[in-house]
Design a protein around this ligand. Structure first.
Ligand code: DGL
Length: 279
């Protein structure tokens, strides 16, 4: 890993509480293959979904600082829970003190900017963690970009643990997915678009489709976030020129590397070799 000690190494940092952000990184490297990437999964403390605002903020800030310490000038919070609960405070309060030239971006804004143009009925469903739903971030952001849309939310606290414990193809997954989709759709029979507002959910996509009535569109985030990053780098040449282009991909986890390496392929689509990061 010679890059990690190289002063010209400025990878794009991608962060998640665990494995979910790998579904976003997978899409980012498809459209922006030349850059260096450094992924950090805080697996030792995942899931974040049920944790308090302060805990998610503290954990996320710690992880962002780690990515900065390892050369990142640009960090993507590929985690809805962190984007909902920590991003704004990090951008407004912490970044000016840490380094006003560095940037941290989230996944909620790119998704909410797009969704108004996808829905025909203007009735949008949001499935996410308890933390994301309770933050009301999707309601607030969709109102900004698509004020004519109604938003219906439902929290699925069992979905991330099912994925993190490799139970995403089990009968238990069927039970919770069917139940949660029904609970969301019971709020309105006009919902025609559902945002999968958690980066773990692409792993459940087959079962989600199985229980979704025909005609309802799903909006997973990976591609949307990747395209939005392409656009961001075009609009910010000063940041684009700082991101190094050595095509490397490094993976850090705060938990066991054996566990990380055995599950990461499911999310990222190829085998990875991670490194343990200590706080
Ligand atoms: N992938 C994270 C998200 O998008 C999962 C949150 C969790 O750790 O519960 O919200």
């Amino acid at each position: 890993m010679h890059e990690l000690n190289n002063t010209n190494y400025h990878p794009i940092g991608v962060f998640d509480s665990g494995f979910g952000g790998l579904t976003v990184l997978k899409e980012i490297v498809k459209v922006l293959p030349d850059y260096d990437y450094l992924y950090l999964g805080d697996n030792a403390r995942a899931p974040y979904g049920n944790r308090s605002f302060h805990t998610v903020y503290d954990y996320t800030l710690q992880c962002v600082k780690m990515l900065f310490d390892n050369g990142c000038h640009l960090v993507i919070l590929a985690c809805n829970t962190s984007s909902a609960k920590a991003l704004r405070t990090i951008q407004q309060k912490d970044l000016p003190m840490i380094d006003s030239e560095r940037r941290v971006l989230g996944v909620i804004r790119p998704t909410t900017e797009m969704v108004g143009s996808i829905s025909t009925t203007k009735n949008i469903g949001v499935l996410g963690t308890l933390g994301t739903v309770a933050s009301h971030s999707y309601l607030t952001e969709i109102k900004k970009f698509a004020p004519d849309c109604n938003v219906f939310q439902h929290a699925c606290p069992m979905w991330v643990p099912l994925v993190e414990n490799n139970e995403h193809e089990s009968d238990a997954a069927d039970y919770f997915i069917q139940k949660d989709i029904e609970l969301l759709l019971s709020q309105s029979d006009s919902i025609d678009t559902i945002i999968l507002a958690c980066t773990h959910y692409p792993l459940l996509i087959n079962k989600i489709i199985k229980y979704l009535p025909q005609g309802i569109k799903l909006m997973p985030q990976g591609e949307v976030v990747a395209n939005s990053l392409v656009n961001y780098l075009q609009r910010h040449p000063e940041m684009e020129s700082r991101c190094s282009k050595g095509k490397s991909r490094h993976f850090f986890t705060t938990d066991s590397t054996v566990h990380f390496d055995s599950s990461a392929e499911l999310f990222f689509g190829e085998r990875v070799e991670s490194k343990h990061l200590k706080f």
